[in-house]
Design a protein. Structure first.
Length: 293
């Protein structure tokens, strides 16, 4: 009678493990030879080099625009399920005419790549210089990781992660992992989905444009005194003569091994300029922690 529970347990474990083993057999990297791995890494680095060939690496400042008064505010979300990082700054128009800009604000948590075999005799480990973006929130619209990486790189990244777990070995390849530089390059090359912000001059903004936000209140949530919809708010624009204040809202939901944002990237474009000179402002804010206000 004692043998029966063991047989049932073995059958249950085998049934649960079969899909994992079957999936592992489909992973092309499990049987990869060293020569194939070298070729694959060379191809990936070639793609990365090609992707930054036409990028605008240096900003072309706009003499008619000033950016000032950066502030960071951390507060709990009204839903009670996470926290917000609010990034606020002013755009100052130095002329009398109104002008429109396009703005991205990316908040993320950056961490050093893990060093699986640290050594005391080696002073500088090259892998310690790799910085990975663990998670991110983009304003005005969220963006998926696979959009930045591409389908092929995303599949290869997943296969590499699976192989490291399957073989119980540490992950040592990070060419397909997300980085802050990768997001920077993608956003600079794709400014079309950035938030359009107008900075007025002598003429006052119309009432409908004085305060603009993408927050939505649902009646059923208001009746229950629960505001889950605020988690989707990403920006608030306040406009007066010569000055526009932009506040972006980046939501981080509570989860296991919770981490909060420690990097903010601001990119401002002038859509009236030609493609190689659209980027007029870039700022990267680095901080370790922000206290609640």
């Amino acid at each position: 009678m004692k043998l029966f529970p063991r047989i049932v347990s073995y059958m249950l474990v085998s049934a649960l493990a079969f899909p994992i083993i079957a999936e592992g057999e489909k992973n092309p990297l499990l049987d990869e030879t060293p020569e194939q791995a070298v070729t694959r890494r060379k191809d990936r680095r070639k793609v990365l080099n090609e992707s930054v060939k036409d990028i605008q690496a240096v900003i072309t400042p706009d003499p008619d625009l000033d950016i000032e008064t950066f502030s960071l505010l951390r507060n709990y979300a009204a839903s009670g399920r996470g926290e917000f990082l609010n990034v606020s700054f002013n755009l100052i128009n130095k002329t009398n005419k109104a002008k429109e800009y396009q703005i991205y604000v990316l908040a993320g948590y950056e961490m050093d790549a893990p060093v699986p075999y640290p050594s005391k005799w080696r002073k500088a480990d090259p892998q310690a210089n790799i910085h990975l973006l663990r998670f991110q929130k983009l304003a005005p619209e969220p963006i998926e990781d696979k959009v930045v990486l591409g389908d092929k790189a995303t599949e290869e990244r997943d296969n590499l992660r699976y192989r490291s777990v399957y073989n119980s070995l540490p992950l040592r390849e990070f060419e397909n992992e997300l980085t802050l530089e990768g997001y920077d390059h993608y956003l600079v090359k794709n400014p079309d989905k950035a938030l359009k912000v107008k900075v007025y001059g002598d003429e006052a903004p119309p009432k409908a444009e004085q305060v603009v936000s993408n927050i939505e209140y649902k009646k059923d949530e208001t009746d229950r005194d629960v505001n889950y919809s605020v988690e989707n708010q990403t920006y608030t624009v306040q406009t007066t003569k010569f000055r526009t204040t932009l506040t972006t809202h980046h939501y981080s939901q509570f989860r296991e091994d919770y981490k909060f944002f420690n990097r903010v990237l601001v990119l401002i474009f002038d859509p009236s300029r030609p493609a190689p000179k659209k980027l007029v402002y870039r700022k990267l804010l680095k901080f370790e922690s922000i206290q609640h206000k």
